[in-house]
Write a protein that binds this ligand. Structure first.
Ligand SMILES: Cc1cc2nc3c(=O)[nH]c(=O)nc-3n(C[C@H](O)[C@H](O)[C@H](O)COP(=O)(O)OP(=O)(O)OC[C@H]3O[C@@H](n4cnc5c(N)ncnc54)[C@H](O)[C@@H]3O)c2cc1C
Ligand SMILES: NC(=O)c1ccc[n+]([C@@H]2O[C@H](COP(=O)([O-])OP(=O)(O)OC[C@H]3O[C@@H](n4cnc5c(N)ncnc54)[C@H](OP(=O)(O)O)[C@@H]3O)[C@@H](O)[C@H]2O)c1
Length: 249
């Protein structure tokens, strides 16, 4: 177990009634983009800890975490009450293998996220390595409603900086919007809508795919990709699919 370090809340930014970004200052050792930290609060005399992906890149001294208020969720119900200056405990050592060094080289990197799982991709996109390794990067953010398409300013900055390399493809499943694909990611891979929108084929020869968030989406997307010949990445048996699930199905 790593030790707890006291972090200080800089800001709690509400995006919607359910979605929040928490900014903290804490003197933690460096982490790798794509990793998560364990955050904790003392609730009714017990330290309640949960993992959260870093949204900031490692060179940014303000730590940022993007979370959803989960119905009856013990920790998130307290996180949403935080005020600037409050203390949040953060485990001294970051963890996780949803990082670029675990992903083999390819021409195209597909970054597929649901909900709050856009976070680790923003952390990775804030560093040089990803732009040096992949010719094309397709960032997908799949949400229920358009209001949940957050971090637009940060994404637009990345699009301006890397116009030839980066595409952002939003998915909204529960309402019609002018720009987003309506529906779910695995369906849009299966019926070709994702590739058509990107103008890039998704296959085992040209692509690496990182998938993060809702476990059902991770599972269903993995199945669709496996059916077209992509396979999971293993250290001793490199493939094409690297995943992280935010909870258990
Ligand atoms: C590696 C890893 C990284 C994670 N990173 C993030 C992150 O960056 N942002 C974040 O919001 N959560 C993240 N989570 C989930 C987070 O750790 C908590 O589980 C979540 O914030 C709810 O905490 P809770 O104590 O309120 O409820 P819990 O008792 O932990 O969760 C209750 C239920 O809520 C649902 N749930 C949990 N997390 C989510 C979620 N993100 N979106 C939708 N439903 C969820 C699940 O059904 C879960 O069983 C991550 C989890 C893992 C394993
Ligand atoms: N977002 C909200 O407004 C809201 C409000 C209150 C509570 N919550 C709670 O917060 C949690 C999750 O909310 P969330 O909005 O982050 O996420 P979510 O339920 O994970 O949905 C995010 C996106 O993933 C899609 N998805 C779900 N299952 C999938 C699958 N098997 N394959 C492909 N795509 C799939 C959803 O499509 P579908 O729409 O088709 O499912 C949606 O577009 C839930 O516990 C929920 O009860 C959310």
């Amino acid at each position: 177990m790593s030790a707890w370090i006291e972090g200080t809340v800089v800001r709690l930014r509400p995006w919607t009634d359910e979605l929040y970004s928490l900014q903290l200052k804490a003197d933690i050792p460096s982490f790798t983009a794509g990793q998560f930290a364990r955050l904790a609060l003392d609730i009714d005399g017990e330290r309640v800890a949960r993992p959260y992906s870093f949204v900031n890149s490692p060179d940014n001294p303000v730590l940022e975490f993007y979370f959803i208020l989960v119905p009856n969720g013990p920790l998130t119900h307290e996180l949403v009450r935080l005020q600037p200056g409050d203390t949040v405990y953060i485990a001294s050592r970051a963890a996780g293998f949803f990082i670029l060094s675990e992903v083999p080289d390819a021409e195209v990197l597909w970054m597929l996220s649901t909900g709050t799982a856009i976070g680790p991709f923003l952390s990775i996109l804030g560093e040089d390595a990803v732009w040096e390794r992949f010719k094309n990067i397709v960032l997908v953010h799949a949400v229920r409603t358009a209001a949940e398409l957050t971090y637009q300013d940060e994404i637009n900055d990345l699009l301006e900086k890397h116009p030839e390399q980066l595409q952002m493809i939003p998915f909204v499943s529960r309402e019609d919007t002018p720009l987003a694909i309506r529906g779910r990611v695995p369906d849009a891979i299966q019926d070709g809508r994702l590739e058509a929108r990107a103008g890039i084929p998704l296959n085992a020869e040209n692509s690496q795919v990182m998938i993060c968030g809702n476990p059902a989406m991770v599972r269903d997307t993995t199945r669709v990709l496996e059916a077209r010949g992509l396979k999971k990445n293993k250290r001793r048996d490199p493939g094409h699919i690297t995943t992280e699930q935010y909870w258990k199905d």
